[in-house]
Design a protein around this ligand. Structure first.
Ligand SMILES: [Zn+2]
Ligand SMILES: [Zn+2]
Length: 171
């Protein structure tokens, strides 16, 4: 099958304005065109009532059944809190070198909407970077640097460093 050209973006419980702004950010940073996916997820999918959080890899696995013929990558923005075993929470999760990525907006919130949107862009770019084969980078400004806290997220840029940019595929 021919490799798709579009990055698909889906939102679950996320404002449309944020989805549109995220699409613009993806076009700017990756150069790929974005299409929107309107699939639905079962509302209890991955829900853990003891933790009152959603299991990120269960959601990622379910999303990986979604396919479009012209799809290069698929990123989902979710409003609910995600976790993985052994971690209190995760900002997002992606398949390294795969097609699918999820990002939660839950822990990125700020009174300052610009800051909130910027954080979401960073985490989306980070997870999409993983799907494009990038591993964590040590460069302090690089978006694919590991972030474990909001301070870490705020300290990096939404862009890839020169080295990582060289590895990214060109549209
Ligand atoms: Zn990462
Ligand atoms: Zn880098």
């Amino acid at each position: 099958m021919q490799e798709g050209r579009f990055i698909y973006l889906a939102g679950f419980g996320v404002e449309k304005r944020l989805i549109l702004a995220t699409a613009k950010n993806i076009r700017e940073v990756f150069g790929f065109e974005v299409r929107f996916s309107y699939i639905t997820l079962s509302p209890r999918l991955g829900y853990n009532p003891y933790r009152r959080q959603y299991h990120a890899s269960t959601i990622l696995e379910s999303l990986s059944r979604v396919h479009y013929p012209d799809m290069l990558k698929f990123a989902a923005l979710l409003s609910f809190d995600l976790y993985e075993e052994g971690l209190n929470f995760v900002f997002g999760l992606a398949q390294l070198g795969g097609r699918y990525a999820v990002v939660s907006t839950y822990r990125l919130k700020s009174e300052d909407e610009r800051l909130f949107f910027e954080r979401v862009f960073k985490e989306v770019n980070h997870e999409l970077g993983h799907t494009l084969g990038l591993m964590h980078c040590k460069n302090k400004k690089c978006v694919v640097r590991f972030s474990n806290s909001l301070q870490d997220v705020d300290a990096k840029s939404r862009f890839f460093c020169e080295n990582c940019s060289k590895i990214l595929p060109k549209p």
